[in-house]
Design a protein around this ligand. Structure first.
Ligand code: ADP
Ligand code: DP6
Ligand code: CO
Length: 334
């Protein structure tokens, strides 16, 4: 380490968008390593609207690892944070610039401070854990000079939150469930880059920004324990879409969607039927918020106009905003 060791701070900032699964991950075969029971496919959004910005820093003057999420200090004692930190520290490499020299063996003695900010509601069913852990792993990997490629990093992010592995890539991304019980082959790969189907526009109806009652982690644990449909879905039905049926088949049932969500589905279905061909697709994560994918900008504009008319923000529908997104690329702001 550099001689005047108390006096420096090394810092990296990164920005990572969230991703929305079109074939959902729901159910783990290993809770600690976060290994899923099925493959999943998602589209990564552009970072302008739904993204996490994380700054990570090391300094010899830090005496323990600390993290702030949305300006509030949170505990890093949870297994997921510890697993990510350990995996990254194990792979840290020598670092040297004009002022600082850190050798591989020094990294385990250095403590990190992490400050992370989500520009959208946390734990509300908009995949904050995906953007959050992807950004955490990406920024720590930069800081500690890891040589791993994005897929290898995705296997680390997976251990923070399953859906996070897919946010290491832009465009259309597949999380391969893998076969290895240690998880070495459970990682994300890019299926098509952000230019693919460039016309698609994604509109998210933020039906509720409140923290959900059942986190994704406990929701899928309950489904694995009680839903007969889950195994059938994982083995036979993926890639068909019956994810919310599994939640309803869970005991007690998990109602992630609400009345507004159902009314939005009816509206989109009716519109598609009247056009004679699908103009808009829709999907819901573990929350009531509707993610709508319009086939092009023209359809997106019409859709937004109609949504604003039939589901105006801040009316008694509890629907409070719309977010427009494009497919996107991981953006390194540091
Ligand atoms: P969501 O639908 O928002 O992904 P989850 O229940 O899956 O909800 O995950 C929410 C959890 O993800 C939070 O309680 C927190 O532990 C973690 N998380 C959210 N944002 C971040 C972040 N920026 N950095 C690290 N962890 C985060
Ligand atoms: C419905 O990745 O949030 O969004 O791995 O326990 O952190 P943990 O769960 P998480 O679950 C996401 C569930 C989903 C579907 C998906 O993103 O594939
Ligand atoms: Co999540």
């Amino acid at each position: 380490m550099a001689e005047e060791s108390g006096k420096w701070v090394l810092m990296v900032t990164a920005q990572t968008p969230t991703n929305i699964a079109v074939i959902k991950y729901w159910g783990k075969r290993d809770e600690t390593l976060i290994l899923p029971v099925n493959d999943s496919i998602s589209v990564t959004l552009d970072p302008d609207h739904l993204c996490t910005t994380t700054t990570v820093a090391v300094s010899p003057s830090f005496d323990h690892d600390r993290m702030w999420l949305n300006a509030k200090e949170i505990s890093l004692s949870g297994g997921r944070f510890q697993n990510c930190l350990r995996e990254i520290r194990n792979r840290a490499c020598d670092f040297e610039d004009k002022h600082i020299k850190i050798e591989k063996k020094d990294w385990e003695k250095l403590h990190v401070h992490i400050a992370s900010y989500n520009n959208f509601p946390t734990a509300a069913g908009l995949a904050s854990s995906a953007a959050g852990f992807a950004c955490l792993v990406f920024s720590l990997a930069k800081l500690m000079n890891l040589r791993e490629d994005q897929s290898q990093l995705s296997a680390i992010a997976r251990q923070g939150s399953g859906s996070a592995c897919r946010s290491l890539f832009g465009g259309f991304v597949k999380w391969i469930m893998g076969k290895d019980e240690k998880g070495s082959d459970s990682l994300a790969v890019q299926l098509a880059d952000e230019e693919h189907w460039n016309d698609l526009v994604i509109i998210i109806a933020v039906v509720s920004s409140r923290q959900k009652e059942t986190s994704s982690t406990s929701g899928m644990r309950e489904s694995v324990e009680t839903s007969l449909l889950l195994q059938h879905r994982a083995k036979e039905v993926v890639p068909k879409r019956i994810f919310h049926a599994v939640c309803l088949d869970t005991s007690p049932p998990i109602f992630y969607m609400n009345d507004t969500s159902h009314r939005i589905i009816s509206y989109v279905e009716k519109w598609n039927r009247s056009e004679g061909s699908p103009q808009v697709a829709y999907t819901f994560d573990a929350g009531p918020n509707a993610v709508m994918i319009a086939r092009n900008r023209k359809v997106a504009t019409q859709l937004l106009q109609r949504l604003l008319f039939f589901f105006p923000p801040n009316s008694d529908t509890d629907l409070n905003s719309y977010v427009l997104g494009d497919k996107s690329i991981l953006h390194d702001a540091g």
